[in-house]
Design a protein around this ligand. Sequence first.
Ligand SMILES: Nc1ncnc2c1ncn2[C@@H]1O[C@H](COP(=O)(O)OP(=O)(O)OP(=O)(O)O)[C@@H](O)[C@H]1O
Ligand SMILES: [Mg+2]
Length: 278
Amino acid sequence: MSKSAGPLDDAGIEIDGVGKTFRWRNKGVAEEVVALGKVDFTVRSNEFLAVIGPSGCGKTTLLRTVAGLIKPDRGEIRVGGRPVTGPGEDRAVVFQHFGLFPWKTVVDNVKFPLRMRGVPDKEAAATARANLKKVGLEGFERSYPHQLSGGMQQRVGLARALATDARILLMDEPFGAIDAQTREFMQEQLMKLWDENKKTVVFVTHDLDEAVSLADRILVLSRRPSRVRAVVDVDLPRPRWDYDVRSEPAFAEARRTIWEMLRSDLVEEEEGAGIHAI
Ligand SMILES: Nc1ncnc2c1ncn2[C@@H]1O[C@H](COP(=O)(O)OP(=O)(O)OP(=O)(O)O)[C@@H](O)[C@H]1O
Ligand SMILES: [Mg+2]
């Protein structure tokens, strides 16, 4: 179904039989975790895709593989039909654990990828400031990351990704550390930005409501080693930020479908661990 959906457009992503096993030695003993089983999926150009799945199932690994930061040991990722061999200017990443340089100020963190791309200092500073404003961090440009709360650091990471204006935005629980009210505001901002300037977004989240209210489609991953468990379409009209999506029947339906899947995974896990309801 998704295979035919314009993967050769510049901003389409083909995940073709991708697998990843982490191997290391612990006190001389070889250990391994199969993080990604065999993942096959195509992200359409300009779609907003949410990725959801049990903790530790391989969501971050999958995102980092698409980013070119992890090399898969099976299969291939292609962006616009071209194999990914490393990070590229077409993809910007918002990391789960912020990924900021602690020794750089907020504005210098946001400027960094622009300077790496050869953008002149003045222009990079202006773009950085404009994007910090978008995420509500005006006035904190000269602070250092350790002087900010977790949620504020996460917003710096978001501003940094937005500033590059990459066609593909890879977001790993970008609002996970943000308090509930700011989170809703950030979701709304992101929807507005995406409506104005379409990008392909891959958005990893733990939060079902967040996935359903933002995404066109939701990729549900199985427990580790992860595979595609299901793909759920979210049939809600856009723009979504000017009405109450959560009161729509389609919202409840998509939410219930996904919850049933995640719930059955949790039940299996508990049974596997020998925990049973009495
Ligand atoms: N660099 C690494 N070395 C060894 N094991 C790793 C490494 N990175 C991830 N793993 C393992 O791979 C599995 C998948 O991890 P990953 O971080 O991708 O999961 P996740 O779905 O993002 O989890 P969460 O929802 O908690 O963020 C886990 O068992 C993890 O311990
Ligand atoms: Mg993760």
